[in-house]
Design a protein around this ligand. Structure first.
Ligand code: AMP
Ligand code: MG
Length: 423
């Protein structure tokens, strides 16, 4: 049996980032940039006002104060998106709105609140004929210079960056409508088991609904992959092979069930015949049976490229935990990402946990923050078939394989399944 780290190393060393695709800007959210992004324009394109107020010459208001306003002639009014019509000459000012281009001749902007505008009658052109300014300003004050944020020709975002809302905004500000990114992996999901029933069908005696397909597909979506549901294979070699053959054009195949020591555990055998098994047992609890290998893809009698395959245990919790530990990093690497760690915290454990057989235990816990510390308690049943305990958990507390017993009050690392501000 190999360790969690060795298993992950073996998986990641055979997974490569996928190819490049061009996406509409908004559709690229969460993907990794596959190009260096340069700007064709200055942002902002022109000098513009950072305030609603008056554009003027700093020299004209030198020495101004609350008791000592400087009176200037108002010659123009510019709104955002408008254009200046007149030059600011000595003794004049232009009423200006935030974002509007500053007129020639003006070298600073004074906000409305530092003027006597409210006590001035307004002409037909919606501006007072004169304005009193109560403050001095420095040359350049409250003017956003052209290219202040981004200069034409600048390298703004580098290849490998993950696109977040702020990167979308930055690219939009430069007018970029499309962007090259590493494409998302298509993950084929196949559940095996004679006992499985499709959703929407009546449940016959002795059968259960196929939940793994859906929990895994949801996890795939959450990590940025594209799930392709292949369906259910019966516990026969022919059925498993037929279903796997429907998944050959995916980037990754995830199966659930059929990898333990049971009578009908076929996935391993199929994998051994149709491909190669790298390993099939990991020192983890839950989720010891985990097969990793590759399915041969043959075209015109030639092996083209192997389809990586992760065979997860059938137990509902085991396969979800195995997903977090092994499938998630594989998907992230395919997407070109480089940080595969789950966010984690140290928490004081409020229950005792036994670890009898030297595996690394991932215990389902509820993490809460009390004052400045995190505390974690077990969700109750730790049965690897009880999916409701996964639903009530927000973290997986990690008990090292060489720690036979965790006592109440010990500090454990907890992998956060959900990282929200609420806890
Ligand atoms: P296996 O790994 O095939 O031996 O399955 C272990 C347990 O998980 C058995 O109790 C199965 O009935 C259950 N199981 C397997 N596949 C699924 C599935 N797709 N949905 C829900 N439970 C499953
Ligand atoms: Mg089975």
């Amino acid at each position: 049996m190999i360790s969690v780290e060795t298993a992950l190393d073996k998986i990641l060393s055979s997974i490569k980032p996928l190819g490049v695709e061009e996406k509409g800007l908004l559709e690229s959210l969460g993907q990794v940039l596959a190009e260096d992004v340069y700007s064709d324009i200055n942002v902002p394109p022109k000098d513009n006002s950072a305030l609603d107020g008056y554009a003027l010459r700093a020299a004209d208001i030198k020495g101004a104060g609350p008791q000592n306003p400087r009176i200037l002639k108002v010659i123009d009014y510019i709104v955002a998106g408008g254009n200046p019509h007149k030059r600011v000459e000595p003794g004049t000012a232009v009423r200006i709105m935030t974002g509007a281009p500053t007129p020639e001749g003006a070298d600073c902007v004074v906000g409305f609140e530092d003027t006597d505008e409210t006590s001035r009658p307004v002409s037909d052109s919606k501006i007072p004929s004169e304005i009193g300014v109560f403050t001095e300003e420095l040359n350049g004050a409250n003017i956003r210079k052209a290219g202040e944020s981004i200069k034409k020709g600048d390298l703004v975002l580098t290849k490998g960056k993950i696109i977040r809302p702020s990167e979308i905004g930055v690219m939009a500000s430069m007018g970029r409508a499309k962007v090259k990114v590493i494409r998302r992996p298509v993950v084929a999901i196949l559940s095996t088991g004679d006992e499985l029933t499709n959703l929407g069908e009546p449940l016959a005696e002795g059968k259960i609904y196929n939940s793994n397909t859906y929990s895994i597909a949801a996890q795939v979506i959450r990590e940025g992959g594209i799930p392709r549901i292949v369906g259910i294979a019966l516990d026969t070699e022919a059925s498993v092979v037929a279903k796997i053959n429907q998944a050959l054009d995916a980037d990754l195949l995830v199966t659930t069930g059929g990898v333990s020591m049971g009578d009908y555990d076929l996935v391993k055998d199929v994998l051994a015949k149709q491909g190669e098994i790298v390993f099939w047992k990991v020192r983890a609890k839950p989720g010891k049976p985990l097969a990793f290998g590759a399915i041969r893809r043959v075209r015109d009698d030639k092996v083209v490229q192997d389809l990586p395959h992760l065979g997860l245990a059938g137990n509902t919790v085991s396969c979800m935990v195995n997903f977090e530990l092994f499938v998630r990093p594989a998907i992230l690497k395919m997407m070109g990402k480089t940080n595969f760690d789950k966010p984690s915290i140290d928490a004081v454990i409020e229950d005792s946990i036994k670890n009898n057989d030297g595996r690394r235990v991932f215990a389902r816990v509820v993490v809460e923050k009390k004052e400045d510390r995190y505390y974690a308690h077990l969700t109750g049943s730790q049965s690897s078939g009880d999916l409701t305990s996964m639903s009530s958990a927000n973290g997986l507390a990690v008990v090292p394989e060489d720690n036979p017993k965790v006592s109440k009050g010990d500090l454990l690392k907890v992998l956060m399944l959900d990282w929200s501000q609420d806890i």
